[in-house]
Design a protein around this ligand. Structure first.
Ligand code: DC
Length: 221
């Protein structure tokens, strides 16, 4: 039976993952966070001293990324080891951004993502899902918010932690990541022509979740 595929793209910090997870839970779909796959390859590059694009390209055949879903929660396996809890550091974030521009990395993950989408009802979030990975998705959403709003949400999240960066540092980092993601040569971050734009700058979390749920119901009925 044909599976339902929903694509959610947008810049860093727009809330794609938490919103996709909430919507997927409600629908009983799998939520696939493709950023975590790039992060796992970033971790591999750091651990195996192959951070240069040509080195990671050489090693790509040794890298095995698998996703497991436990009670609907995604776990990422890197060469058989669950690395889900080790891929959120600033070093891995930066390396994920670097490896995501390498053609061999994108080609490997593209195949994997397409295969997962063929076999499951999914909400897949990333940067190029509607434009490249799932051009025939049942519904495409481009979820964004202003850089200032994304930075201030991130600042509030990190505020309690020791060594929290300043709001200005976070905003600078967000602008840099937007620039990297939008300007890379292959599969840059962009809104697919047939994607619905949601600017969540002035919307609450639940409001966005409900809005997306309503769009999905419309499509499914
Ligand atoms: O969504 P995230 O911050 O976890 O993504 C980590 C990095 O991976 C980010 O710098 C952009 C990249 N990425 C990508 O190029 N394509 C995707 N589909 C998902 C993430």
């Amino acid at each position: 039976m044909k599976k339902i595929n929903i694509a959610i793209d947008g810049p860093s910090g727009a809330g794609k993952s938490s919103i996709s997870k909430a919507v997927a839970e409600e629908l009983g779909f799998i939520h696939v966070d493709t950023g975590a796959m790039y992060r796992a390859i970033g971790l591999y590059a750091l651990q195996n001293d192959c951070t240069a694009p040509e080195k990671i390209t050489e090693k790509i055949h040794e890298i095995i990324i698998e996703l497991k879903f436990i009670n609907g929660m995604q776990r990422v396996l890197l060469c058989g080891e669950d690395v889900t809890d080790y891929i959120r550091s600033p070093e891995v974030s930066m390396m994920a951004s670097n490896v995501s521009a390498v053609p061999a990395v994108r080609a490997y993950l593209l195949d994997l993502q397409k295969k997962i989408a063929l076999e499951n009802n999914i909400i897949m979030d990333g940067r190029d899902i509607g434009s490249v990975v799932l051009p025939n998705a049942d519904l495409k959403i481009f979820l964004t918010a202003s850089p200032e709003e994304r930075a201030s949400r991130r600042y509030l999240e990190l505020n309690e932690k020791p060594d929290c960066p300043s709001y200005e540092e976070i905003l600078k980092d967000i602008r840099q990541r937007d620039k990297n993601d939008m300007n890379r040569e292959i599969a840059p971050l962009c809104q697919a022509e047939d994607a619905i734009l949601i600017d969540s700058s002035n919307m609450g979390f639940h409001e966005v979740v409900e809005h997306i749920q309503a769009l999905i119901q419309e499509k499914l009925n």
